[in-house]
Structures are given as structure tokens and as C-alpha cells.
Design a protein around this ligand. Structure first.
Ligand code: GUN
Length: 295
């Protein structure tokens, strides 16, 4: 069994980012990312903190905007409008989920598609569906695809089953993997909570992706021997033996599945490492596109 770790692959992406970054700087451009956080969800605060740290490490311009949990839709739209107009900002990310009283779709629609480095605006989802490379693909799905590419795992003509149909991961990853670009050309099936005979379906997969947000949901019975397993889940479960009283686990029962699969991504240390790397790559590309320096 081969372990597909996120860190070394994220480092490849960061090395590319630095190269593009130097070229941009030499031409007088500094990529800038704004991250907007509403409320005080600790997991979201941690994600936003690591995004900001990574920007600083790369030398990018970074802005963090924190708004209280009772921020109104209009107030949040005003924040987005200001960032859309800000010349120093090339990428805008609104950390999800938003508090329940806010309409996420309306917030995403408000972001200038050219700054939507999260790839969630309908224009970017549409470009993804059209195989148009001028759009931005969502970061976690692009990270999964990049892990497959860098691990030398062929996707063309392979049966891929994705469990989970969120726009943030499952649905977007399906578009990427059935697309015609590198790491695509797969035969993709998307399974979800209403799917019948799930194990029968997932056992057909050459590449199985778990993105449902249920700890240890995928067991050995779901996996064909020799399959590649990508675990997108990041779930915190109670564990009295752990220092914090809890630990992070994926959607896959790692120990059971590792016995039978060809390759698997760990949690933590797998796909999670890739998301921020792809966000940085998207932000740098947004800056290149605006500067007219994109390949
Ligand atoms: N929350 C968890 N993952 C993500 C992500 O990729 N983008 C945004 N905006 N929010 C998230």
C-alpha cells in the first residue's frame, strides 16, 4: 500500500507559486488575497489563520476581515463590493459555512468572478463545466486531482466513484475528472445519501473519493482490492486517549481500507494540505490574468 501524502505535493505547488510570484514581482505586481470570516467558529478561525500565514510565508499581500456573527447580508455585500473594487486584491475568499441567517449563494454571486479564487461563482463553475481554462476550479477538488497527477495515477478511462455531491467538493471534482484536461478523462459516478447499493457501486471504482463528512463511513467492503482511495473528510471525533480529548479522522476507515487498497491519502496530512496550496496557486493566477502575464 502506498501512502499519498499531501505535504510533498503541496511543496511542488508552492515551488511553482514562488516562481510565478517572482516573475510577477519583477513586473511590478504583488498578488493579494482577502479572506473574510463571519462569526467565531473555531474550525473556520483555524483555517483562516493558516491561509493568512501561508500568504505571509510566500510574501503575498494578505488581508483578513473579521465580522461579528450578527453581520447582516447588506453589510457583508458591502465588504465584498469594497474588495471587488480594491486594486491590491486579486483573490477573495469568504470562509464557509456562514451563520444561518446569511444567504451563502447571494454572497458568492456578489464576488467578482475574476477574483473568485474559491471557484464557487456560477461563472467559474460554468467555465469548469465547459473545460475553459480561464476560470478557477475549487481548491479542494483541484488538490485531489493534483495528488493523483503527481502520484503518477492514470485517470484517463478509469472508473472514478465520488461519494458526496457538494458543490465545494463532490460535484466540482466530478466536473474536473470527467473534463478533458490532465488528470481528467475518467468515467465518473457521483454517489450520495439516496444512492442504492452503495458498496456495490463503490466496489467498481478504480479511484474512490470519499467526500461525505461522516467519520469512517467507507469501510473495506466499499473498496475493490487494488483501488486508489482519496479521503477528503476532516471530522473531529472524541478520543479520551488523545491530549485534546478529540482527534481528526477522515471519511474512510483508514486501517481497514489500507489492507486492501493500492494507495490511500491519510487524514490528517492528506488532501487537507492541498487546499491552501491550490488557493495560493489560484490567487497568483488571478494576479497573472489581471496583469496579462498568464500563460
Ligand atoms: N470551508 C471549508 N472549506 C472551504 C473552502 O474551500 N472554501 C471556503 N470558502 N470555505 C471553506
Amino acid at each position: 500500500m502506498k501512502l499519498i501524502e499531501g505535504k510533498p505535493i503541496a511543496e511542488i505547488v508552492y515551488a511553482e507559486c514562488l516562481q510565478s510570484f517572482e516573475k510577477l514581482k519583477a513586473a511590478g505586481h504583488l498578488p493579494g488575497l482577502a479572506v473574510v470570516l463571519v462569526g467565531e467558529d473555531p474550525a473556520s478561525q483555524a483555517y483562516v489563520g493558516s491561509k493568512e500565514r501561508k500568504c505571509q510565508e510566500l510574501g503575498m499581500h494578505s488581508v483578513k476581515i473579521e465580522k461579528p456573527a450578527d453581520t447582516t447580508q447588506e453589510e457583508l455585500h458591502a465588504v465584498i463590493d469594497e474588495l471587488n473594487a480594491d486594486e491590491a486584491i486579486h483573490g477573495i475568499l469568504v470562509q464557509l459555512p456562514l451563520p444561518d441567517h446569511l444567504d451563502e449563494d447571494q454572497v458568492i454571486l456578489r464576488i467578482d468572478p475574476a477574483k473568485d479564487v474559491d471557484g464557487l461563482h456560477p461563472v467559474n463553475i460554468g467555465k469548469l463545466a465547459m473545460d475553459d481554462p480561464t476560470g478557477f476550479a475549487p481548491c479542494t477538488p483541484s488538490g485531489c486531482q493534483r495528488m493523483l497527477i503527481e502520484s503518477g495515477i492514470e485517470t484517463s478511462g478509469k472508473d472514478v466513484v465520488i461519494v458526496g455531491r457538494s458543490l465545494l467538493v463532490g460535484k466540482s471534482l466530478a466536473l474536473l475528472m470527467m473534463g478533458k484536461r490532465k488528470g481528467g478523462n475518467a468515467t465518473v459516478t457521483v454517489a450520495h445519501s439516496r444512492t442504492k447499493n452503495l458498496a456495490e457501486l463503490t466496489r467498481r471504482a478504480d479511484i474512490l473519493v470519499a467526500a461525505i463528512g461522516i467519520p469512517h463511513f467507507i469501510g473495506k467492503e466499499h473498496v475493490k482490492p487494488g483501488a486508489v482511495v482519496i479521503d477528503v473528510g476532516i471530522n473531529r471525533i472524541d478520543d479520551p486517549t488523545a491530549k485534546k480529548g478529540s482527534r481528526l479522522v477522515g471519511d474512510v476507515d483508514f486501517d481497514a481500507v489500507a489492507e486492501t487498497c493500492e494507495a490511500i491519502t491519510p487524514v490528517p496530512g492528506g488532501v487537507g494540505r492541498m487546499t491552501i496550496a491550490m488557493l495560493m496557486a489560484n490567487t497568483i493566477r488571478a494576479c497573472e490574468l489581471r496583469a496579462g502575464l498568464a500563460d
